[in-house]
Structure formats: C-alpha cells, structure tokens
Write a protein of this length. Sequence first.
Length: 447
Amino acid sequence: MTDATIYALGTPTPTRAHPGALAVVRVSGPRAGDAVEQLTRRPLPEPRRLVLRALHDPSTGEVFDKALVVWFAAPNTETGEPMAELHLHGGRAVVGAAMDALAHLGFCRLAEPGEFTRRAFEHGKLDLTEAEGIADLVAAETAAQRRQALQQMEGALHRLYEQWRSKGVRALAHLEAAIDFPDEDLPEGLADEVRVAIAGLRDEIAIHLADRRGERLRDGLSIAIIGPPNAGKSSLLNLLARREAAIVSETAGTTRDVIEVHLDLGGWPVVLADTAGLRESGDAVEQEGVRRARARAAAADLRVLVLDASGDWRSDMHAILRSTEGWNPERDIAVANKADLVAIDDPLVVALSTRDGTGLPRLLARLEQAASAAMEEGAGAPPLTRARHREALLDCQASLARALHAPEVALAAEDLRLAVRAIGRITGTVRLDELLDVIFRDFCIGK
C-alpha cells in the first residue's frame, strides 16, 4: 500500500460559484520528489521552504500555473514519507490541470479516503486515537467539539490508554514470573500486589466508561421538551431552532412522534427533541406517541418541561413530574409559556412567551448553564469518545474481572493477556487490517 506515490486535493473542491483563492494539492510517497522535479523541470528546493515555480503539463510541456511549491524530506513529514505540496491558484481549471498532470506522470495515483492519515499511522507518526482525533476535528461543528478533537489529536487518550496498558503488562509480567520460575525467591506478597493492581485498573476503567462527556460531545447533548398538549412545546422548538421545524396547531395531539433539531447551544452540540403531549388518550397512535415521549424524557441528558401559564400549570407540573423518570430539579428546567397573557411570579419556573420571545434570554442562559454542568462532569481526565473504544474497554473490564477470580495463576495470566490486548486494539498496538479499514474509510479524500 505504501509503495505507491499518492496525491489529493487538500482543500475544498472549487466550484463555479466558489472557485477559491488558493488550492493545495498534496503528494506523498517514495517518488514525491520525482513528481515535483518533473512538474517544475527544476531540482527539488530546500526542504520546508516555499519557492515559486512554473508547473508544466508532462504530456504537452504547457505551463498551467505558477505556484508555490514546498518539499518535505522523510522521515520528518506528516506521513513519514517524502511529501510535497503545490499551493495553486484556486480556479477549477488550474486544479483540474494539476490533478491531470500528476495522473499523467504514470507513477502517481489518487489517494483513497483517509490514506494520508493512515500512512502517518503506518509510519508511527500517530496512533489510532490521534487519527480519530483528526477526523473529529475535520467534522467539528462547535467550539466544544473542536477542543475535544484537538485534545485527542494531541494524544490525551493515547497517554491514558498506554498508561493502563503498561499497568496491565507489568501485572502480567509478575504472573508470568510466578508461572515460569516457581522455585525462585519472588517478592513476598506478589499475588496480593498483582490482585490490587488488577482491581485498581478495573476500577479506573469503570470510572472512564461511566463518563459520557466524549460521546455527548460527538453526538450532541440530548434535551427532551416535554409537557401537556398545547403548552407550546413545538413553538419552543421552532423558537430555539429559528425555523419552522415542527408543526404548530391549536389541535391537541398534533405531535405524535419525536422531532429532532441539532443546535449549537453556547458552544455545546445539542439534539433538541420535541415530544408528544403527555396526557391520557384512547387513540392508539397518540398512546404510542406518549410512550415514546416518556421514554425519550427518561433517556435524555436534560429535560425542559413546558407548561401552559394560562391554565392550572402548577397542577400539571406536579402530575407530570410524578410520572417522569429521571427528572433532576437541580438541572432540568420548568417553563411557564404564554407569559404575555398571564403574569408568572415563581423563581423555580422560567416565564416565557414563545409568541414574542419574552423570557428567552433567561431560558437560554439556564440551558447553557445546565449543558455546561452536564458536559463538564468528571472534567480533568480525557473522555471516552467512540463506541469502538467502549466496546474494547468493556472486553478489557470483563477479562480483568475473570482474572481476579481465576482459580489458577495460568488462567489469570491468560485473562490479563486478553485485557491488555483489548486496550491495544484501541491505540493500534494490536494490528488488525479489518480494524484499520473501518476506522479510515470515514475520512475524506486528502486527509
């Protein structure tokens, strides 16, 4: 795979509407230097120095652009291979000519999705968690997602997982010593020391698995809007989304299914869900909608209870809270809507009018405060970010539990070996081609 010299456009593809001022084409592989010399018809420039060069079509000799060229000598490159970049003018014709010229050389091919980053991994420039951090940084839509991706890209998760792996290897070495050298004078209390180390590692991983910050940041903090029919839940969703995402009607029970909207709430990614009105109904479809609303409220990270201030909203609030699983009065928010019609004087409730926006700043401040509290729980340690990591750590945890209760040292050693291998799957210490294919196929061309 790494024998080929590859190239790709490293900036967005120019269009007629958005041609772009500049475009960068990246080249990596053993013949990257040959590609630069043949396109420029001049020797390679000094490494890491931008130089102005005319670029020639190898088949016709025609100059198709005057560009800045930079050469990177291996192994001190992003991929660990010889690399070059062509900083072109950003028009479609220029970019197309550059891509055609590289193809016409005969020894270069277009990169596959994620191949530059995969080659960096192949040459030990980063591990799998750092590679995933690059993918997350490219996909980041909020400031919090960007910060988490940078933290992971800079090796925070790698250091944590390698620390755990080292602890496992050390405990395994002690068990292997007990098996291979039973007649030697090993330190007293070795078995107890290993047992404490295994139990400590298991407990650290359990705390990490319980921390949902990383997955919340990737997928969005889940906020469920609940309440009785016609209280203004759909109107609140539309107000926060700043568009008509949900149908608003005076007919009770209009919302039957969960309607989701993705928002940036003070830098935090949020999935806001409008749910069916909570009431008793003889309609089978509405009953299913109410069931889904209650389930969504129970599973949500935060809940917003919307009440009709023009009715007996206190009675409605107490009835719904009694039947709502997971309600947290310190974090979840009760909203009395239609405050433009009725005065609300209750410090525990946010007075709001979805009609004219009264109370919206206060509600947004409360939501941002609650979101920050939910996302910063356990802050300090790098958070778990992917289902792949969770699956491997659950396997590790199960193996550690078996090792603690194994009837023989040899069985404990084998389970501990499996635990160490499970951690290695996360960082790429254990090399599995199928695993690499799954990880890198989601990258874009040129990364």
